[in-house]
Ligand binder design. Structure first.
Ligand code: THG
Length: 279
């Protein structure tokens, strides 16, 4: 299955049969005080710097999240989108819990964005699916609903199926629904990663959709996050993860290595290119 995203000119194909697509996570105020303070001053230099360094490190798509307490993201999200698209041609993943901010950003954006995210709650489906249809966007379908978060992989798959069904009914193409199985901190729950890995395996086998996840979520609260994230990333890709939201400056090496090991990088071209670009 192929999900196509677009920037101004550039097209990115997320393909269940192809190499992994990296969605850069770093435009996110979590743990980045400087992003908050510069945006509050109306200064976009740092956000553009973050975009550039992520693209250089291997990001194919950029997640854009500018939500923090006290900010009007209905204004700030579209403005950030405009500034990024003036300079860069990668497709964008619009990350906000606020449907009004998502709509304003869709209006400002050119190309075909990924909405992050729609979940199985009635309110979320009702607010966001018509927007995705109207603006021709793809969506991330998050495996939680009005009953909250389940730890049963089979139930997460049922929620994914519900979101896909409702999206298709709204007129969105099946392949434009990318599923997020939910990745959570393993420091809080020893089974968290196993539940996510099993959900990925089931979604890949039963539904065949593209799969994303916040790949750095699992290591919150632990030292040496890089090693943990890389270990989990490799296992998740083997099970069917195709487009992680991650820090490319830390994860691209593991992603390129895993693609090569899994026979998705003929003659190691991408692996060697990446190695050379880092010299
Ligand atoms: N699913 C979807 N969207 C999401 C998430 C998800 N968006 C937000 C979040 N989760 C993914 N984004 C981040 C961004 C930053 C970090 C974690 C998740 C983070 N970064 C570390 C830092 O900046 O210090 C670096 C981590 C590393 O060592 O690589 O903590 O789950 N759909």
């Amino acid at each position: 299955m192929k999900t196509i995203l677009k920037g101004r000119l550039k097209e990115v194909i997320i393909d269940t049969e192809g190499p992994v697509i990296i969605i850069g996570e770093s435009i996110n105020p979590t743990r980045r005080k400087k992003l908050v303070s510069t945006l509050q001053e109306g200064n976009f230099d740092f956000v553009l710097e973050l975009a550039e360094s992520q693209i250089r490190a291997g990001a194919d798509v950029l997640d854009v999240n500018v939500g923090f307490p006290g900010v009007d993201d209905v204004k700030l999200l579209p403005e950030t989108v405009r500034r990024l698209q003036e300079r860069f041609d990668v497709p964008l993943c619009l990350d906000s819990p606020n449907p009004r901010a998502i709509e304003a950003a869709l209006k400002a954006a050119v190309g075909k964005c990924l909405i992050n995210s729609v979940n199985g709650e009635e309110a979320s489906l009702k607010n966001l699916l018509p927007l995705a249809k109207e603006y021709g966007a793809a969506i991330i379908g998050l495996c939680m609903d009005d009953d909250g978060i389940t730890h049963d992989p089979e139930k997460r798959v049922l929620i994914a199926e519900k979101i896909i069904e409702r999206a298709v009914k709204t007129g969105i193409k099946r392949e434009d629904v990318v599923i997020d199985p939910l990745a959570m901190a393993v420091s809080a729950d020893p089974n968290a990663c196993l539940v996510t890995l099993e959900t990925i395996r089931l979604i890949h086998q039963k539904l065949g959709h593209n799969i994303t996840q916040g790949a750095s979520n699992i290591s919150f609260g632990l030292p040496d996050r890089e090693s943990l994230n890389s270990a989990f990333m490799t296992l998740a890709i083997y099970n069917g993860l195709t487009c992680p939201i991650a820090n490319p400056e830390k994860i691209t090496a593991a992603v390129r290595a895993t693609d090569l090991v899994l026979g998705r990088d003929d003659y190691a071209v991408r692996f060697v290119e990446y190695f050379q670009s880092r010299q």
